[in-house]
Design a protein around this ligand. Structure first.
Ligand SMILES: [Zn+2]
Length: 206
């Protein structure tokens, strides 16, 4: 793509680093901003900068939060001893939208993926297994997408905590294999949490 302006070219190049944004879309967005009042670009840039500077991760569950402890963890009406294990904040949002879950979360920050070079050490797994070992947990619910990476991650965590006496369950598979949680409709996802099944049943034949 040939640009008549280095300034535009730089803006387009930066914008097109975002997922799902190709050079053409980036150019359209940049030209759109140019047509708008200058303040709009200021507000956008400032909102992004503030988000990057001030965002925190909940010290308890690793959810993205404005405070040290997120709104879900600090809510005393939530069951602090039931923990739903998810990949990232999009899954927290999807499950919260169902209105069917009253426990708290543990956000791993990804899934184990040898292909993408993600090992257990890069995920928030230790904090979870420590909680279990310290007797702070009654139930762990795995709610990762049922891809190979999701299954590997579930099983890795399961191995770390299978000696404990807690309930280890996984969301019912109304969600078909390979689907990402965030794309499941609210009713299906809500049901799959309510009708969760013992994790062991998913890999043992009895
Ligand atoms: Zn939290």
């Amino acid at each position: 793509m040939e640009f008549s302006s280095k300034l535009i070219e730089k803006a387009v190049n930066e914008m097109s680093q975002l997922p799902g944004i190709g050079k053409r879309t980036a150019l359209r967005l940049v030209l759109h901003l140019l047509k708008q009042p200058k303040e709009q670009t200021t507000f956008l840039s400032q909102a992004l900068l503030n988000m990057r500077e001030d965002i925190k991760f909940c010290e308890n569950c690793y959810n993205i939060s404005d405070e040290k402890i997120c709104e879900i963890c600090i809510n005393s009406s939530r069951n602090q001893r039931t923990i739903c294990v998810v990949e990232d904040i999009r899954d927290v949002m999807a499950i919260e939208n169902t209105g069917q879950y009253k426990g708290i979360y543990h956000v791993l920050g990804g899934k184990i993926s040898p292909i993408e070079g993600v090992g257990p050490g890069q995920l928030n797994i230790t904090a979870l297994t420590e909680k279990v070992k310290l007797g702070k947990v009654d139930e762990i619910i795995f709610a990762l997408s049922s891809t190979m990476e999701g299954d590997t991650t579930n099983f890795y965590i399961y191995k770390q905590i299978s000696d404990s006496k807690i309930i280890i369950s996984t969301i019912a598979r109304g969600i078909s294999v390979g689907d990402e949680l965030e794309y499941a409709d609210e009713v299906t996802l809500g049901r799959s949490i309510l009708h969760r099944v013992p994790f062991e049943k998913t890999f043992k034949n009895n």
